[in-house]
Design a protein around this ligand. Sequence first.
Ligand code: ANZ
Ligand code: ZN
Length: 873
Amino acid sequence: MATERYNAREVEARWQKVWNDKDVFVTHNDDPRDKYYVLEMFPYPSGRIHMGHVRNYAMGDVVARYKRAKGFNVLHPMGWDAFGMPAENAAIQNNVHPKDWTYENIAAMRDQLKIMGLSLDWTREFATCDVGYYTQQQRLFLRFLDAGLVYRKNAKVNWDPVDMTVLANEQVIDGRGWRSGALVEQRELTQWFFRISDYSEDLLEAIDTLDRWPDKVRLMQKNWIGRSEGLRVRFEFTQAAPTGDTALEIFTTRPDTLFGASFMGLSPDHPISAKLAEDNPELKAFIDECKRVGTSEEAIEKADKNGVDTGLRVMHPLDRSLELPVYVANFILMDYGTGAIFACPAHDQRDLDFARKYGLPVKPVVLPKDADPATYEIGTEAFTDDGTIFNSDFMNGMSIPDAKEAIAQKLESVTVDGAPRGERQVNYRLRDWGISRQRYWGCPIPVIHCDDCGVVPEKDENLPVQLPDDINFDKPGNPLDRHPTWRETTCPNCGKAARRETDTMDTFVDSSWYFARFTAPGCDQPTDPEAANGWLPVDQYIGGIEHAILHLLYSRFFTRAMQKVGALDLKEPFKGLFTQGMVTHETYRLGEGANGSWISPAEIKIEDVDGNRRATLLDTGEDVAIGSIEKMSKSKRNTVDPTDIIDTYGADTARWFMLSDSPPERDVIWTEDGVQGAWRFVQRVWRLINEISESIEPRAGSAPDASGEVLELRRASHKTLAAVSNDLESLGFNRAVARLYELVNTISKSVGNDIEDSSMEYAIREAADYLVQMMAPMMPHLAEECWSALGHGNLISEAKWPVADPALLAEDSVTYPIQINGKRRGELEIAKEASKEEVEAATLALDFVRKALQGNAPRKLIVVPQRIVNVVV
Ligand code: ANZ
Ligand code: ZN
C-alpha cells in the first residue's frame, strides 16, 4: 500500500485539538512531581510574530516537552508585555485606541503562536495591560513604597518645546523631537525612583552564583553595576567659594596620580557652578548649553571636551605651594562620585584633551616599562597602562597598587578642619531606577497629591487606579493630564479634594515580575508566596541578548524587593539563562551598484545560471542584486513571515529547520533550500515509519539476546538516545538534530535489508519508537502521528522518555590499523571480542586489501590482537 504524502496542515490542526481538548499542557501547582519552570521572554504584541519569536519559542518548547517526558511537572506559560509607546503611536497615527490596538494584536499573535504547536499552559495567559495584572503591580508598588524602596526626586527629562511634551530617549533623534523636529531641551521634573542602588553590592556579588548564565551576560551586568574603589579627597580653596565651601571634595580612582594633578573639574550641575553662574554670564551660557545637550554618558562621550575657568583656585593637598585652577567642564557628571574631579591629563584621555585645548600642564607620573624618566613625554595620547610611579615624592618607584595604598594611608591620617583629607570610598555606576513616564499607556502610579497632606499613597482597598478609556490623542502630551475628571479624587488621608498622579510606570516594571505572577496568575495578591517559592527560580529562561542588562537586572532587583515585602522568598529569579542568536537572511536590492530599493525574498526568484545564483524580480524579470546576509529586519525587507512558512510546510518543518542549522547561541541563516530540506526529512520520516508499522510486527516480550546486525542497530538506537538526551539537557538542539538524521539513515538501511528473524524486527521497532520519541520535542505533530501509526495507544506528549540500556552503550569495538607490506593503508573496525579468524576474514574482505591482493592469497597475514594487522602480498 502506497503511503499518502504527509499532510502537515491537516495533521497539525488535528493534534493541536487533541492536546487542547485533553488539557495536556495545563499545569497544576499541587502536582506532587518535581517542578521545572521553563520560560521564554514574553513578546511585545506588535501584531505579528517574526522568525525571532519562532526560534525563541521553538527552543523553549523543546525544553518543556523534554522535561515533561522526563517526568517533571513543567510550567511553561505565555503572556504579553503589552504596555508601551507603539500603542500610543498607533493611536496618534491611525486614530485607534491603544487598548483596542493592543488587544487586537494579542489576538492575532495568539493565533499565530497556537499554530506553532507550542506546549503552553494557556490558562495562565495574561497581558501586562490587563487590569487584573496592573492592579497587583500597583499593590506591589505600594508595598515597596511602604518598605522605603521607592522615593521621589528631581530628574531630567527630554522636553519637546514645540509639542510641549516629554519624550522618551528613543523619540529624540539627533537631539531633535521625532515629530516636531524641534531642538530637545532638558527639563527637571519630580519623578519616582526605585532604590535599586541600595542593592548594588548584592546584585554584583550574586553574579558569581549565576553559574548557568552566559559569561558575556554576567560580564555585562558587572560592568553596568560598575564598582570602583577610590578615594574622596578634599582640596582646600585658596579663598572660600561663593557657596561658603572652604574645600572642594572630589572622587578619584587614581589617587596614585595625585602629583600629576593639573586642574580641577566641576560638573555644570555642581552647586558651586550654579552659584558662580549667578554673576558670570559666560559661565551661565556655558551651563545652559550643557543642559541642552544633556548629560547622558553617551552625549558626553560624543561632545568635544570643553569648559570655563571659574577663577577659583585650590591648593594641592600634598604640596600647598602648588595652586590648581578650577574649571567647570562638560564631561563631569553630577550624579557620580562628588560631581568634581582632579584632572591628571598625562593619564586620562578626557583630561588630556581638555588640557591641550586650554594649555594646561601635562606632567607624567606613571612611567611605562623601559621608558627613560629623563625624556619621557606625553603626546596626544594619555598613558593609561601599567607602569612605575615617578615624579611623585614619597611614591617614587612604587607600583600603581602600592602607590594607591600609600597615598590612601597618608591622606586618611591628615585632618583638615577636623575632617580627614582623604577617605576611601566605593562607588557604583548603577543609578536608582527612574520609573516615571509621562504617558497614558502604562500602569498608573497609585498615589495622590493633596495640597494639605502632600503625596499620599492610594489606599489598598481603593485599588485599582484604573486607566480611563475615554481619552484622545488630539494634542501632544499625556492624555491623563488633560482628562476632565480622571485626575479629580479625594485625599485618602484628609478626605479633601486632591489630584491623582498622572505619571505611569516604565514598562520595564511590568516585565520585572511577570515570571512570578505566572506561578499564581489568578491570585488576589501580587503573588501567592507558596506558589512563587515552589516554582521559582525559573529553571531555564530563554531570550535575546538585547535584554542582557536592563530587563535582567531589574528583575533581579524586583525579586529582592519582593522578598523584602514578603511576596516571595528568594533573591535570584533565573537559575539558567540562555540567549539565542538571531535569524538572518540574504538581502536583495535593485539597481546598478545595488544601491536601489530593498526587495523582499517573496518578490524574487532565484535560478542557477552556469553554477551562479541569479535573482530576478518575479513581476518584471528585472535583475536583482544578491547582497549580504543580515539580521531579518523590516528596513532591509529581508524578513520571511512565519505564517507563510507554516502554511506551506507546516509548523514542524519550521521548528525543525530553526533548531537544526546552527548552534542555538549563534545566528541562523534562513534559506528556502534549508526549509525544503527540513520538509523532505519530514516526508522521509513519515514514509519510513509507515513502512515499519505496516510490515514489521510490534515489539512483544523482552529484548532479545542480540548479535551481529541486530546488536548493531540496537546499539545505534541506544547510543543515539543517550546522546540526544545529553544534547537536550545542554540545549544542543542542532547536535540532536544531526544525530536523528543519522539514526534515520541507519534504520532505513536495516529496513531495506532482508529481515530474517524476530529479533531484527524487535530492534527496528525499538529504533522507530526511540526515533519518534526523540523527535517529539522538536516536531511534536509529526511525532504524535507517527506514534499513533506505530500503534501506541497513548499520546507521545504524555509518554515517558525512554531510558538507554547501559550495556548497549559500552564501547564495543576496536579499530585495527591495516598495513600492507609495512605501509599503513587503512583501518578495520570490528567487535572487541572478535576472534583472530574473524579479524583475518574481515581484513581480507576490505576493499583496499582485495585490490592489493588482486585475487591472490596473502603471503602472510599477521594479526596482533587488539593492536594491528599486517598483510604481506
Ligand atoms: C583622577 C584621575 C587620574 C582619574 C587619572 C582617572 C585617571 P570610574 O573608574 O568609572 O569610577 N570621575 C570621578 N567623578 C567623575 C564624575 N562625576 N564625572 C566624570 N568623571 C568623574 O571613574 C573614576 C574616575 O573618573 C575618577 O578618577 C575621576 O578621574 C573621574 F589618571 O581621578 B580620576
Ligand atoms: Zn490630604
